[in-house]
Design a protein around this ligand. Sequence first.
Ligand code: 3SL
Length: 235
Amino acid sequence: MNKIDVCLSPDLMHLYPVTDKIVVVADILRATSCMTAGIAHGVAGIRPFADLEKCRAMKHCGYFIAGERNGQKVDGFDLGNSPYDYKQQHLIGKNIAVTTTNGTLAIEKSKNAKMVVIGAFLNKQALADFLMEKNMDTLILCAGWKGKFNLEDTLFAGAMVEALQGRYHPSCDAPIAARTLYLEAKKDLSAYLSDSSHVQRLKRLNIEKDITYCLQENRLDCVPVLKDGEIVKLN
Ligand code: 3SL
């Protein structure tokens, strides 16, 4: 039986050999939810950068540039980090370069994986179907917040473990703990997360509608995959 594991922070990635695994990167609020929404909406490709200036430089290569630091849009960038930014009509068929506080760093830290895919509650079932078809050991990487654990990414990891239950065997205690939390939270994810640090941070910035959007399960039937450094729709 294949194994499923959960890495609770990008700072722990050195503990997880991934060269023979699929890594699912999750930054539920909001980076990987934005990427999933954008790709589902018809954005041609999204190139992630951990480094802000490298991302900014992509403007000269014809990319729209998207970026956030501490939840707020980077000055001079075309887009912030709201899923609604990624669903604008004029972005269909276009390419975006993006940098975020945690999500794009988590993607960079996954670069040795056999395959990197982008996870969100939005595409949970599409992703689970894809993983079952691929039939490979899988690691869910939670982007967290500046190296620390966060609840929303861990709940998503637990949701994936639950979706793959019976088909995958947990590698250690993290997937068991994440699933237990998800089962407790799933009736009302939004209520369960109401006191969590990043929900509080985003509420202070008045972006409740992004939280509501990102916590919807199985709204999008799309698996974004990292190919030659760019996130594209799996075909
Ligand atoms: O850290 C990230 O990657 C972002 O998703 C954080 S925020 O929701 O845009 O603040």
